[in-house]
Design a protein around this ligand. Structure first.
Ligand SMILES: Cc1ncc(COP(=O)(O)O)c(C=O)c1O
Length: 325
Protein backbone atom coordinates (compact mmCIF):
# COMPACT_ATOMS: atom_id res chain seq x y z
CA UNK A 1 0.00 0.00 0.00
CA UNK A 2 2.72 2.48 0.99
CA UNK A 3 4.67 1.96 -2.25
CA UNK A 4 5.20 5.67 -3.09
CA UNK A 5 7.16 6.10 0.16
CA UNK A 6 9.90 3.92 -1.32
CA UNK A 7 10.21 6.07 -4.42
CA UNK A 8 12.95 8.36 -3.20
CA UNK A 9 16.60 9.22 -3.71
CA UNK A 10 18.70 9.41 -0.57
CA UNK A 11 19.92 12.97 -0.10
CA UNK A 12 20.05 13.41 3.67
CA UNK A 13 20.86 11.92 7.04
CA UNK A 14 17.65 10.29 8.19
CA UNK A 15 16.08 9.57 10.62
CA UNK A 16 16.93 12.74 12.51
CA UNK A 17 17.45 12.74 16.29
CA UNK A 18 14.69 13.55 18.77
CA UNK A 19 15.99 15.27 21.90
CA UNK A 20 14.56 16.45 25.21
CA UNK A 21 14.49 20.19 25.93
CA UNK A 22 14.27 20.02 29.71
CA UNK A 23 15.96 23.37 30.42
CA UNK A 24 13.59 25.25 28.12
CA UNK A 25 10.70 23.17 29.49
CA UNK A 26 11.62 24.09 33.09
CA UNK A 27 11.81 27.77 32.11
CA UNK A 28 8.24 27.47 30.81
CA UNK A 29 7.05 25.59 33.92
CA UNK A 30 6.77 22.20 32.16
CA UNK A 31 7.76 18.90 33.81
CA UNK A 32 11.02 17.22 32.72
CA UNK A 33 10.56 14.92 29.73
CA UNK A 34 7.51 16.69 28.32
CA UNK A 35 9.12 19.00 25.73
CA UNK A 36 11.03 17.56 22.77
CA UNK A 37 12.73 18.79 19.62
CA UNK A 38 12.84 16.85 16.35
CA UNK A 39 16.16 17.87 14.82
CA UNK A 40 15.27 18.31 11.15
CA UNK A 41 17.86 21.07 11.10
CA UNK A 42 20.27 18.09 10.97
CA UNK A 43 18.93 16.44 7.81
CA UNK A 44 22.14 17.30 5.95
CA UNK A 45 22.27 18.61 2.36
CA UNK A 46 24.01 22.01 2.44
CA UNK A 47 23.21 22.82 6.04
CA UNK A 48 20.05 20.79 6.61
CA UNK A 49 16.41 21.73 7.06
CA UNK A 50 12.97 20.49 6.14
CA UNK A 51 13.44 20.63 2.37
CA UNK A 52 15.81 17.66 2.32
CA UNK A 53 12.92 15.31 3.04
CA UNK A 54 10.69 16.82 0.35
CA UNK A 55 13.51 16.83 -2.20
CA UNK A 56 14.16 13.11 -1.72
CA UNK A 57 10.74 12.42 -3.28
CA UNK A 58 10.69 15.32 -5.75
CA UNK A 59 14.13 14.45 -7.13
CA UNK A 60 13.15 10.80 -7.58
CA UNK A 61 10.25 12.05 -9.69
CA UNK A 62 12.54 14.44 -11.61
CA UNK A 63 15.03 11.68 -12.44
CA UNK A 64 12.19 9.31 -13.29
CA UNK A 65 10.91 11.86 -15.82
CA UNK A 66 14.37 12.25 -17.37
CA UNK A 67 14.81 15.87 -16.25
CA UNK A 68 18.21 17.56 -16.44
CA UNK A 69 17.36 20.81 -14.60
CA UNK A 70 15.55 21.46 -11.30
CA UNK A 71 13.58 24.71 -11.45
CA UNK A 72 12.13 26.33 -8.36
CA UNK A 73 11.75 29.69 -6.64
CA UNK A 74 11.36 31.62 -3.43
CA UNK A 75 12.47 34.71 -1.58
CA UNK A 76 16.01 36.06 -1.61
CA UNK A 77 16.76 34.11 1.58
CA UNK A 78 14.91 30.93 0.59
CA UNK A 79 16.14 27.82 2.40
CA UNK A 80 14.19 25.74 -0.10
CA UNK A 81 16.16 27.25 -3.01
CA UNK A 82 19.49 26.66 -1.27
CA UNK A 83 18.64 23.01 -0.61
CA UNK A 84 17.28 22.48 -4.14
CA UNK A 85 20.55 23.84 -5.54
CA UNK A 86 22.42 21.36 -3.34
CA UNK A 87 20.21 18.43 -4.40
CA UNK A 88 20.78 19.30 -8.06
CA UNK A 89 24.54 19.44 -7.52
CA UNK A 90 24.55 16.09 -5.73
CA UNK A 91 22.55 14.42 -8.50
CA UNK A 92 24.49 15.98 -11.39
CA UNK A 93 21.56 18.14 -12.50
CA UNK A 94 21.44 21.86 -13.24
CA UNK A 95 19.48 24.21 -11.01
CA UNK A 96 17.57 27.30 -12.08
CA UNK A 97 16.22 29.51 -9.28
CA UNK A 98 13.57 32.19 -9.70
CA UNK A 99 13.98 34.65 -6.83
CA UNK A 100 11.43 37.30 -5.88
CA UNK A 101 12.50 40.92 -5.65
CA UNK A 102 15.49 42.92 -6.72
CA UNK A 103 18.98 41.57 -6.89
CA UNK A 104 20.71 42.92 -3.74
CA UNK A 105 24.14 44.57 -3.85
CA UNK A 106 25.70 42.18 -1.35
CA UNK A 107 25.60 38.43 -0.91
CA UNK A 108 24.83 36.81 2.43
CA UNK A 109 23.09 33.83 4.03
CA UNK A 110 21.19 31.52 1.67
CA UNK A 111 21.78 33.69 -1.39
CA UNK A 112 25.51 33.40 -0.89
CA UNK A 113 25.15 29.60 -0.67
CA UNK A 114 23.00 29.51 -3.85
CA UNK A 115 25.95 31.09 -5.65
CA UNK A 116 28.49 28.77 -4.06
CA UNK A 117 26.34 25.80 -5.14
CA UNK A 118 26.40 27.04 -8.73
CA UNK A 119 22.70 27.76 -9.23
CA UNK A 120 21.55 29.96 -12.08
CA UNK A 121 19.42 32.83 -10.70
CA UNK A 122 16.63 34.84 -12.37
CA UNK A 123 15.16 37.82 -10.44
CA UNK A 124 11.44 38.56 -10.89
CA UNK A 125 9.03 41.22 -9.71
CA UNK A 126 6.85 39.13 -7.36
CA UNK A 127 6.07 38.64 -3.66
CA UNK A 128 8.04 35.73 -2.26
CA UNK A 129 5.07 33.82 -0.84
CA UNK A 130 2.61 34.59 -3.64
CA UNK A 131 1.03 32.34 -6.24
CA UNK A 132 2.62 34.67 -8.86
CA UNK A 133 5.96 33.10 -8.18
CA UNK A 134 4.69 29.66 -9.24
CA UNK A 135 3.68 31.32 -12.54
CA UNK A 136 7.23 32.64 -13.00
CA UNK A 137 8.65 29.17 -12.24
CA UNK A 138 6.34 27.72 -14.90
CA UNK A 139 7.51 30.38 -17.38
CA UNK A 140 11.15 29.64 -16.63
CA UNK A 141 10.45 25.95 -17.32
CA UNK A 142 8.90 26.85 -20.70
CA UNK A 143 11.89 29.03 -21.62
CA UNK A 144 14.31 26.26 -20.67
CA UNK A 145 12.33 23.68 -22.66
CA UNK A 146 12.44 25.93 -25.71
CA UNK A 147 16.20 26.10 -25.43
CA UNK A 148 16.44 22.29 -25.39
CA UNK A 149 16.69 21.59 -21.64
CA UNK A 150 14.49 19.12 -19.73
CA UNK A 151 13.27 21.11 -16.72
CA UNK A 152 11.45 19.72 -13.68
CA UNK A 153 9.09 22.17 -12.00
CA UNK A 154 9.26 22.23 -8.20
CA UNK A 155 6.59 24.59 -6.82
CA UNK A 156 7.44 27.19 -4.16
CA UNK A 157 8.52 25.40 -0.98
CA UNK A 158 8.41 21.98 -2.69
CA UNK A 159 4.93 21.78 -1.22
CA UNK A 160 2.90 19.53 -3.48
CA UNK A 161 1.69 16.04 -2.52
CA UNK A 162 4.93 14.38 -3.70
CA UNK A 163 7.08 16.71 -1.55
CA UNK A 164 4.78 16.26 1.44
CA UNK A 165 5.57 12.52 1.40
CA UNK A 166 8.85 13.51 3.08
CA UNK A 167 6.89 14.56 6.14
CA UNK A 168 4.68 11.49 6.08
CA UNK A 169 7.96 9.70 6.73
CA UNK A 170 8.89 12.17 9.50
CA UNK A 171 5.55 11.45 11.19
CA UNK A 172 6.37 7.73 11.05
CA UNK A 173 9.68 8.44 12.82
CA UNK A 174 7.83 10.40 15.52
CA UNK A 175 5.16 7.73 15.97
CA UNK A 176 7.88 5.15 16.48
CA UNK A 177 10.23 7.19 18.75
CA UNK A 178 7.83 9.28 20.85
CA UNK A 179 4.50 7.45 20.59
CA UNK A 180 3.26 9.37 23.65
CA UNK A 181 3.63 12.76 21.87
CA UNK A 182 0.26 14.56 21.81
CA UNK A 183 1.28 17.49 19.66
CA UNK A 184 3.87 18.56 17.07
CA UNK A 185 4.37 22.30 16.64
CA UNK A 186 5.70 23.41 13.25
CA UNK A 187 6.16 26.56 11.14
CA UNK A 188 3.51 26.63 8.40
CA UNK A 189 4.55 28.53 5.26
CA UNK A 190 3.81 26.85 1.94
CA UNK A 191 2.12 24.06 3.98
CA UNK A 192 3.88 20.91 2.73
CA UNK A 193 5.61 20.14 6.01
CA UNK A 194 2.43 20.56 8.07
CA UNK A 195 0.37 18.61 5.49
CA UNK A 196 2.82 15.71 5.38
CA UNK A 197 2.86 15.39 9.17
CA UNK A 198 -0.94 15.40 9.32
CA UNK A 199 -1.07 12.77 6.56
CA UNK A 200 1.44 10.58 8.40
CA UNK A 201 -0.49 10.82 11.69
CA UNK A 202 -3.81 10.57 9.79
CA UNK A 203 -4.96 13.22 12.28
CA UNK A 204 -5.07 17.03 12.07
CA UNK A 205 -5.35 17.43 15.85
CA UNK A 206 -1.80 16.16 16.45
CA UNK A 207 -0.21 19.09 14.56
CA UNK A 208 -0.30 22.78 15.47
CA UNK A 209 0.95 25.01 12.66
CA UNK A 210 2.26 28.48 13.39
CA UNK A 211 1.63 30.81 10.45
CA UNK A 212 4.84 32.44 9.17
CA UNK A 213 3.83 33.74 5.73
CA UNK A 214 1.44 36.15 4.01
CA UNK A 215 -1.05 33.51 2.80
CA UNK A 216 -4.15 33.46 4.97
CA UNK A 217 -6.02 30.45 3.57
CA UNK A 218 -3.73 27.96 5.28
CA UNK A 219 -6.41 25.72 6.79
CA UNK A 220 -7.84 24.90 3.35
CA UNK A 221 -4.43 24.46 1.78
CA UNK A 222 -3.11 22.15 4.52
CA UNK A 223 -6.31 20.05 4.46
CA UNK A 224 -6.20 19.68 0.68
CA UNK A 225 -2.50 18.79 0.59
CA UNK A 226 -2.72 16.45 3.58
CA UNK A 227 -5.55 14.51 1.91
CA UNK A 228 -3.56 14.30 -1.36
CA UNK A 229 -0.37 13.17 0.43
CA UNK A 230 -2.30 10.56 2.44
CA UNK A 231 -3.84 9.19 -0.75
CA UNK A 232 -0.41 9.02 -2.42
CA UNK A 233 1.01 7.18 0.60
CA UNK A 234 -1.91 4.75 0.72
CA UNK A 235 -3.09 6.08 4.11
CA UNK A 236 -6.55 7.04 5.35
CA UNK A 237 -7.81 10.59 4.91
CA UNK A 238 -6.76 12.55 8.04
CA UNK A 239 -9.41 13.04 10.72
CA UNK A 240 -10.19 16.24 12.65
CA UNK A 241 -9.82 19.94 11.93
CA UNK A 242 -6.66 21.69 10.70
CA UNK A 243 -5.04 23.72 13.52
CA UNK A 244 -3.18 26.95 12.65
CA UNK A 245 -2.27 29.76 15.03
CA UNK A 246 -2.19 33.03 13.07
CA UNK A 247 -1.01 35.11 16.04
CA UNK A 248 2.79 35.07 15.64
CA UNK A 249 3.40 36.43 12.12
CA UNK A 250 3.87 40.03 13.26
CA UNK A 251 4.15 42.55 10.43
CA UNK A 252 4.70 39.93 7.77
CA UNK A 253 6.86 37.26 6.20
CA UNK A 254 10.50 37.50 7.30
CA UNK A 255 9.76 40.53 9.51
CA UNK A 256 11.29 39.91 12.92
CA UNK A 257 9.04 39.97 16.00
CA UNK A 258 9.81 40.40 19.72
CA UNK A 259 8.43 36.90 20.28
CA UNK A 260 10.83 35.42 17.71
CA UNK A 261 13.80 37.24 19.26
CA UNK A 262 12.83 35.87 22.69
CA UNK A 263 12.38 32.35 21.29
CA UNK A 264 15.70 32.44 19.40
CA UNK A 265 17.52 33.59 22.53
CA UNK A 266 15.83 31.07 24.84
CA UNK A 267 16.58 28.16 22.47
CA UNK A 268 20.19 29.30 22.08
CA UNK A 269 20.89 30.11 25.72
CA UNK A 270 19.02 27.23 27.37
CA UNK A 271 19.45 24.44 24.81
CA UNK A 272 22.35 25.49 22.54
CA UNK A 273 19.95 25.35 19.58
CA UNK A 274 20.11 27.87 16.75
CA UNK A 275 16.76 28.89 15.25
CA UNK A 276 16.04 31.39 12.48
CA UNK A 277 14.04 34.64 12.42
CA UNK A 278 11.70 33.71 9.52
CA UNK A 279 10.36 30.25 10.39
CA UNK A 280 11.57 28.42 13.49
CA UNK A 281 11.91 31.52 15.69
CA UNK A 282 8.25 32.37 15.08
CA UNK A 283 7.21 28.72 15.44
CA UNK A 284 8.87 28.42 18.85
CA UNK A 285 7.38 31.79 19.83
CA UNK A 286 4.01 30.21 19.01
CA UNK A 287 4.76 27.13 21.11
CA UNK A 288 5.86 29.33 24.05
CA UNK A 289 2.77 31.53 23.71
CA UNK A 290 0.48 28.48 23.67
CA UNK A 291 2.16 27.08 26.82
CA UNK A 292 1.81 30.44 28.59
CA UNK A 293 -1.87 30.76 27.64
CA UNK A 294 -2.59 27.18 28.79
CA UNK A 295 -3.56 26.03 25.27
CA UNK A 296 -0.72 23.52 25.59
CA UNK A 297 -1.40 21.87 28.96
CA UNK A 298 1.55 21.19 31.35
CA UNK A 299 0.79 17.43 31.32
CA UNK A 300 1.02 17.06 27.54
CA UNK A 301 3.96 15.78 25.50
CA UNK A 302 4.95 18.34 22.88
CA UNK A 303 7.46 18.07 20.04
CA UNK A 304 8.90 21.19 18.45
CA UNK A 305 9.77 20.49 14.79
CA UNK A 306 13.07 22.25 14.12
CA UNK A 307 12.94 22.76 10.37
CA UNK A 308 16.36 24.44 10.02
CA UNK A 309 16.96 27.81 8.39
CA UNK A 310 20.14 28.92 10.13
CA UNK A 311 21.60 30.63 7.01
CA UNK A 312 18.70 33.10 7.19
CA UNK A 313 19.85 34.22 10.64
CA UNK A 314 23.29 34.83 9.17
CA UNK A 315 21.99 37.09 6.40
CA UNK A 316 22.74 40.82 6.61
CA UNK A 317 19.15 41.76 7.30
CA UNK A 318 19.06 40.54 10.94
CA UNK A 319 22.52 41.66 12.08
CA UNK A 320 21.15 44.86 13.60
CA UNK A 321 18.92 42.92 16.03
CA UNK A 322 21.88 41.45 17.88
CA UNK A 323 24.68 43.90 17.10
CA UNK A 324 23.32 46.33 19.73
CA UNK A 325 23.62 43.74 22.56
C1 LIG B 1 13.45 26.66 7.75
C2 LIG B 1 12.05 26.49 7.27
N1 LIG B 1 11.12 26.10 8.15
C3 LIG B 1 9.83 25.94 7.81
C4 LIG B 1 9.42 26.20 6.51
C5 LIG B 1 7.97 26.04 6.18
O1 LIG B 1 7.73 24.83 5.54
P1 LIG B 1 6.54 24.73 4.50
O2 LIG B 1 6.85 25.67 3.39
O3 LIG B 1 6.52 23.31 4.12
O4 LIG B 1 5.30 25.15 5.21
C6 LIG B 1 10.36 26.59 5.54
C7 LIG B 1 9.94 26.88 4.16
O5 LIG B 1 10.65 27.36 3.35
C8 LIG B 1 11.71 26.74 5.94
O6 LIG B 1 12.65 27.15 5.06
Amino acid sequence: MAKPLRNLVRLGQLPTPIQRMDRLGAHLGLPAGSLWVKRDDLTGLAGGGNKTRKLEYLCFDALDQGADTLVTGGGEQSNHCRQTAAAAAKLGLKCSLVLAGERPDGLSGNLMLDRVLGADITWVDAESSSADLDGYIEKRCLDLSESGARPYNIPVGGSNAVGALGYVKAAMELRFKVPEADLVVVATGSCGTHAGLVAGFMDHERVLGIRVGEREDLEGLVSERAAAAAALAGLNKPAGQCRIDHGYLGEGYAKITDGAVEAIELAARLEGLILDPVYTGKALAGLIGNVRSGQIAPGSQTVFMHTGGMPGLLSDRYAAVWSAQ
